[in-house]
Design a binder for this molecule. Structure first.
Ligand code: NDP
Ligand code: 2IT
Length: 452
């Protein structure tokens, strides 16, 4: 291969693997983008000339640091914290913070890479980043979480700023953690600025930021169905996870007349044949957000089925909303889902479907919305929180509801624009559409800004 030629997928992936050993999730995320974007690069040589894909797959900055803290017994504990700043061509770095024992550099690099495309798809000026720590928050007291967040921010603050890098929540990081991190940032810098999103409403938070990711994933499903003259109403829905995204996906499914029947956590899943109702959802919110309990308790409370150590994909249903974590739908799961009648998948989580699963969904020509498009509602409302903080005002909830709905529709339309498939004018490849639409925006900005 000479530098004049666009690499083949195999050549590109071989180089990627060599440069990023031991980072399978990062390889997977970049490979999925390369699969769809290389053809577009071949047709538009300027993107090859400027080595855009190669540059996007090399984070601007990888920050890794030690986080020391005291537990309630007075022991010194040590964790590893990270911030990956992937790309800031179209705006300051933006993306969530994850606290989970599975966090490592490769996982956060995949998330920061995906975030770059997702943020571009929202139409708002935000670059891509992700951060986190290999902390297991389960069983930790509020005081321990506070000390951890303070220690984490004592290093991270120097890399942040309201015009530089603005983190938010993700797995294991919700309102409580954002509050503690904001407090520490303010204490260290003596500045009161919108340096984090997902803040409490008393100190600069935005209406509907909490709901936005789950609602957005259901809106995306609604828009895919609308294109073929169908709706969510009356459809049986499979949802995984039981955290922020899953809870609000269920809430919006119910609002649109759908029937959610499953939820899960890392220990197992519940199957409620009669359907999860608004009252049962209130129980889940109390259980997960206040008592920090296990989903198994739901089965005991309402007499639903509980399947320990399993994910919900064997349950019959038509619409699927994976909202827990990466690679939670394997090729085998996808095969079962197709047999059981799943006709559409909207990813609330980031990369919940393996490459095998995506291939099977697309091969069967069902509607498949990748996370970087379907779950972009959360970061979109984060972008709106930043605007409100800069202007030092809070918009009305109804206005934000409308903006979120419009943004999700626009993301759907951007995917549709680039997602056409030769020889099949009825099918939209939303993976291809999302990847190319996100790529083009960031790539054109990078070209305009030179080799930096
Ligand atoms: P939460 O921490 O609120 O909830 C995560 C849920 O997923 C919990 O039910 C958790 O179970 C489960 N889970 C986490 N890790 C695993 C695992 N390894 N195996 C099985 N279950 C697991 O996080 P969110 O709801 O915020 O995030 C869910 C997904 O959505 C993630 O992929 C995240 O990146 C993505 N996302 C989140 C956004 C947001 O705004 N919050 C925006 C866009 C995407 P348990 O209680 O046992 O840990
Ligand atoms: O994956 C994601 O988009 C998030 N966790 C939200 C990021 C944000 O900055 O709101």
């Amino acid at each position: 291969m000479t530098r004049d030629q666009v690499p083949t997928l195999q050549e590109f992936v071989e180089g990627l693997e060599k440069r990023n050993p031991g980072q399978p999730e990062f390889i997977q995320a970049v490979k999925e983008v390369a699969e769809t974007v290389l053809e577009h690069i071949r047709a538009n040589p300027k993107y090859h000339k400027h080595q855009i894909l190669e540059r996007l797959a090399e984070p601007d900055r990888v920050i890794s640091f030690r986080v020391c803290w005291h537990d309630d017994e007075g022991n010194v504990r040590v964790n590893r914290g990270y911030r990956i700043q992937n790309n800031n061509a179209i705006g300051p770095y933006k993306g969530g913070i994850r606290f989970h024992p599975t966090v490592n550099q490769g996982v956060l690099k995949f998330l920061a890479f995906e975030q770059t495309f997702k943020n571009a798809l929202t139409g708002l000026p935000m670059g891509g980043a992700k951060g986190g720590a290999n902390l297991d928050p389960k069983g930790k007291s509020d005081a321990e979480i506070m000390r951890f967040c303070q220690s984490f921010m004592s290093e991270l603050y120097r890399h942040l700023g309201e015009d530089t890098d603005i983190p938010a929540g993700d797995i294991g990081v919700g309102g409580r953690e954002i509050g503690y991190m904001f407090g520490q940032y303010k204490r260290i810098t003596n500045r009161y600025v919108g340096v984090l999103t997902g803040k409490g409403m008393e100190f600069g938070g935005s209406p509907i930021r909490i709901e936005a990711t789950g609602y957005g994933a259901v809106y995306f499903m609604e828009d895919m169905l609308k294109r073929i003259g169908e709706t969510v109403e009356g459809r049986t829905c499979l949802v995984s996870g039981s955290g922020n995204v899953a809870q609000h996906a269920v809430e919006k499914i119910l609002a649109l007349g759908g029937k959610p029947v499953t939820l899960s956590d890392s220990d197992g899943f519940i199957y409620d044949k009669s359907g999860i109702t608004t009252e049962k959802l209130a129980y889940i919110k109390e259980l997960k957000n206040k008592r920090r309990g296990r989903i198994e308790d739901y089965a005991k409370e309402f007499g639903a089925e509980y399947h320990a150590g399993k994910r919900p994909w064997s349950v019959p249903g038509e619409l699927a909303f994976p909202c827990a974590t990466q690679n939670e739908i394997t090729g085998e799961d996808a095969g079962v889902m197709l047999k059981n009648g799943v006709v559409a998948v909207s990813e609330g989580a980031n990369m919940p479907s393996t490459l095998d699963a995506v291939r099977l969904f697309q091969g069967a020509r069902i509607m498949f919305a990748p996370g970087k498009a379907a779950n972009a509602g959360g970061v979109a409302v984060s972008g709106l929180e930043m605007s409100q903080n800069s202007a030092r005002i809070t918009w009305k909830e109804a206005e934000l509801q409308r903006l979120l709905r419009d943004i999700m529709q626009e993301i759907h339309d951007r995917c549709q624009r680039y997602g056409g498939v030769a020889g099949d004018d009825k099918y939209i490849d939303y993976v291809k559409g999302a990847n190319i639409a996100g790529f083009v925006k960031v790539a054109d900005a990078m070209i305009a800004q030179g080799v930096v």
